[in-house]
Every structure is written in structure tokens, then in C-alpha cells.
Design a protein around this ligand. Structure first.
Ligand SMILES: C[S@@+](CC[C@H](N)C(=O)[O-])C[C@H]1O[C@@H](n2cnc3c(N)ncnc32)[C@H](O)[C@@H]1O
Length: 225
């Protein structure tokens, strides 16, 4: 994707190299209760909906979104993660996986009436959030339901923050199984920041906190604001 900024290219490369080991993150014992609640919650949130899944990765969440959804259009920037996603037990008549950039989502015809992104918000630089959200909102039907889930920072469970840059974005030092080392942008926004980011576009907004995760749900205003 030619227009990605250098940090965005690094993020893409990091997740391509991490694809085979990615889902180990979902094995952390202390997080199992939260994860079970989120899986059940997401299946209900998208009942009867057409879902645009942004940065779907290895498709960990896709079968849960698809459980009662009419359609799921899932995309990611990496073929390496998509190759794993395509092995998930989903109905191929209702679920499609494709290559795509979260900053330029394809607009389906008719447009999806909902969207989901797991663990993507935290990787978007604060100054890029308005551009990302504008592109997402353009791709969806008026009144669409949008759900983001992501990590809270929990000392002892989260990878420590290595530094905060001049823009207020936080970075972690991560090492993959192949020994390669990566500096990864990972933000831990407060509920007030989440609400403030979407409020100008939203008819309703709700932030829920779990022990290890946050969940943001909002509905798009029916007329652009
Ligand atoms: C933390 S993983 C989340 C994967 C999945 N949503 C989940 O919750 O398990 C972040 C994902 O973003 C993808 N990604 C990175 N840059 C992207 C971009 N510009 N557009 C779409 N996906 C991107 C990576 O390939 C990776 O799969």
C-alpha cells in the first residue's frame, strides 16, 4: 500500500512476521473470563447485521461476529494473517476475507450497517484517528453500529510502555519468536478520549470497561455532522 507512512509500514511488517504466533496472545490465563464475555457479547451485537471487520488479522473474532450476522466482510493488510483467517470455520457464503487498508476501506454495495475492529484503535497514531474514522464512516450506512475493543494497560499483564513520543503516542519494545525486535505504537486511551473522538459523529456512545479490555460502541448519526 504505497501511501502508508513509515510507522504504518513497520506495523504491517511486524504483524506479517507475527502471524503464526499471534493467537498465543489469547491464551493468557488471567484474561479468559473477559474474552469469553466479549465473544458472547459480539455475537449478539451483530445479530442480523452486515459487518465490516477492519484489520481482522488471523480472524480470531470473525467466527463470533459471524455467528448471527447476515454477512461479514473482513479485511487486513497482510496476506500472512489472512491465510490463517481463511482456515477458520465460517460459512463461506456469508463471510469474505480480503486484502485491504484500514485507512481506505472498500465501500460495499449496499454498504455494511455495522463495523468491528479488535485491537486496531491502539495502533492508530492519535493524530491519524480523525482520518481513519472519517474513512470508516464513509464506508458505512447511516445509523451504523460500530464496535471497537482493545487493551487496557494492566501492570504485570501488559507489555510495559517504553516511551511516549512528542505527539502523545506510546510505544512498546516487542520481540518475536524469530528473535527480531520491533518498536510498536500501542496507545491506551482513557474512556473520555474514546468518547471525545467519536462524539461528533455519533447519535449514541457507550464505553464499557472490563478488567483487561475496553469496549467502545457507538451508532453513526443518520445525517453527517
Ligand atoms: C493487533 S492485530 C489485530 C488482529 C485482529 N483484529 C484481532 O483482534 O485479533 C492488528 C492487525 O492490523 C493489521 N494491520 C496493520 N496495518 C493495517 C492497515 N493499514 N490496514 C489494515 N490492517 C492493518 C495487521 O496485519 C494485524 O493483523
Amino acid at each position: 500500500m504505497a501511501h502508508l507512512t513509515p510507522p504504518a509500514v513497520e506495523l504491517q511488517v511486524y504483524y506479517a512476521r507475527r502471524a503464526a504466533e499471534y493467537e498465543a496472545i489469547y491464551d493468557k490465563p488471567e484474561r479468559q473470563g473477559d474474552l469469553a464475555r466479549l465473544r458472547a457479547d459480539l455475537a449478539e451485537a451483530f445479530r442480523g447485521r452486515s459487518v465490516l471487520e477492519i484489520a481482522c488479522g488471523t480472524g480470531y473474532w470473525t467466527p463470533h461476529l459471524a455467528r448471527h450476522a447476515v454477512r461479514v466482510d473482513a479485511f487486513d493488510i497482510n496476506e500472512e494473517t489472512l491465510a490463517i483467517a481463511r482456515t477458520k470455520a465460517v460459512d463461506p457464503a456469508r463471510v469474505r476475507f480480503a486484502l485491504g487498508d484500514a485507512f481506505a476501506p472498500t465501500i460495499a454495495v449496499p454498504p455494511c450497517d455495522s463495523a468491528f475492529a479488535g485491537f486496531w484503535w491502539s495502533h492508530v497514531a492519535r493524530r491519524d484517528l480523525p482520518r481513519f474514522l472519517a474513512g470508516l464512516h464513509r464506508a458505512l450506512a447511516p445509523g451504523a453500529r460500530i464496535v471497537f475493543i482493545d487493551n487496557r494497560y494492566v501492570a504485570g499483564s501488559s507489555t510495559p510502555v517504553a516511551r511516549t513520543d512528542a505527539h502523545g503516542d506510546t510505544w512498546q519494545a516487542r520481540t518475536l519468536a524469530d528473535g527480531s525486535r520491533h518498536e510498536v505504537l500501542k496507545n491506551f486511551p482513557e474512556p473520555t478520549e474514546l468518547e471525545a473522538a467519536v462524539r461528533p459523529h455519533a447519535a449514541t456512545v457507550e464505553v464499557r470497561l472490563f478488567d483487561y479490555y475496553w469496549r467502545l460502541e457507538y451508532t453513526l448519526a443518520r445525517a453527517p455532522r
